[in-house]
Design a protein around this ligand. Structure first.
Ligand code: NAP
Length: 356
């Protein structure tokens, strides 16, 4: 596609005019890609909790966000234009990508997922197979990034990276909250990195978690869940723990304390109470770290997962785009209701998606 100004497509977006203001659908300028960027025509976007947060929460979680803003992290669509240094993609390619508008280092509307033409970082984009619908592909990015950050960054669990033919690791990874989107990605990443996975989920999603490769699934609501996990892991090495979901940190710390291994726990909940728990755990020899799901864009983990691992893994079927997409509408105007649905909670192994 030409970058000539007159040829540029008309873009439109779901705008957040200012913090706490109502969303509005309106025109947006088309932004051409920088040297290492790609522009994608969005065909489906998904909704994460961070997108659905009520206005005041933005002040705490993304205080730097500039308004008017275009939010949204998860997008799948067709490449329309690539930057001058991009070699791995061409117009027409079907891809998914992690849109980075909310990141402090990016902080620009052009990189929000909730618009027709989204600017993405080349190394945070993966080609997807023809057999994977855009709607299902769009559920992946932020939760995959969050799982990968926690598992593979050296400042978190520092596990071996996933590959097409991983060496078998004689060690276990614990994924607490494996029925969350983050947990489903974590489970599959750990298996594809060669680890055995011990997981927790409620009984209603245990089978789904097993189907993603978990070797054992314990009921996370059982009062003796920690005892069961400690028994199950036995004298094997616990290479690391992903603590996902509210209330996940205390039992994960307890398991790390009572098993042999790295005693590292990566938490998806960076709230103040969790941080206090982490400081107390440090005194007992357990290292807790707190994940921000966008940091992998700045280190080797982003390209290792999005460029080197995911395209082949999706194509061969060793990695599934999960959880199931629940398509709730078509067009940007359907997004405010979609966001409200996520805000009201109650989803079980499903993700809210809007087709565009
Ligand atoms: N730090 C970051 O950058 C970052 C990024 C994304 C998400 N997160 C956080 O990670 C967590 C998961 O997000 P997500 O979008 O993946 O979730 P999600 O897909 O919406 O999770 C839904 C699933 O969570 C399970 N669940 C419900 N309550 C739980 C609890 N207290 N503990 C563990 N599992 C529970 C339920 O399965 P069962 O009841 O069947 O087990 C349900 O199917 C959230 O707390 C989110 O805020 C953090």
């Amino acid at each position: 596609m030409s970058t000539n100004e007159h040829d540029r497509p008309h873009n439109s977006a779901l705008w957040m005019p200012k913090r706490r203001a109502r969303f509005e659908v309106g025109p947006a300028s088309y932004t051409a890609p920088g040297p290492h960027e790609i522009v994608v025509r969005a065909r489906a976007v998904a909704v994460n909790l961070v997108d659905a947060m009520a206005g005041p929460a933005y002040r705490v979680v993304v205080p730097w966000l500039r308004y008017p803003a275009i939010i949204g992290s998860d997008v799948a669509g067709n490449v329309v234009e690539v930057g001058s240094s991009v070699t791995g993609f061409a117009p027409g390619d079907r891809v998914l990508g992690h849109a980075m508008a909310l990141e402090k280092s990016q902080n620009r509307a052009a990189e929000g997922a909730y618009q027709q033409y989204v600017v993405l970082m080349e190394h945070m984009v993966s080609a997807i197979p023809e057999s994977l619908p855009f709607e299902q592909a769009s559920v992946v990015p932020l939760t995959l990034s969050t799982a990968a950050t926690g598992m593979f960054q050296q400042d978190h669990l520092g596990l071996h990276l996933p590959t097409a033919a991983p060496d078998r690791q004689d060690a276990v990874v614990l994924v607490w909250g494996a029925a969350t989107g983050v947990g489903m990605n974590a489970t599959q990443l750990a298996k594809n990195a060669g680890y055995d996975v011990v997981a927790t989920a409620s009984p209603r999603t245990a089978e789904e978690v097993r189907s993603l490769g978990a070797d054992a699934v314990i009921d996370r609501t059982a009062t003796d869940a920690v005892e069961q996990l400690v028994r199950l892991i036995g004298d094997r090495t616990l290479a690391g723990t992903m603590a996902i979901g509210r209330g996940s940190l205390p039992p994960c710390i307890a398991v790390a304390e009572r098993t042999t291994g790295t005693r590292r726990v990566a938490s998806s909940q960076p709230d103040p109470a969790s941080r206090i728990r982490g400081r107390l755990a440090a005194r007992r020899g357990v290292h807790v770290s707190y994940i921000w799901g966008g940091t992998l864009k700045d280190n080797e983990v982003g390209p290792a997962v999005y460029r080197d691992f995911l395209p082949g893994a999706l194509a061969s079927g060793v990695f599934r785009a999960e959880p199931k997409a629940r398509i709730v509408g078509d067009g940007l105007a359907a997004l405010p209701d979609a966001l409200a649905q996520v805000r009201s909670g109650g989803l079980s192994a499903e993700k809210i998606v809007v087709a565009l």
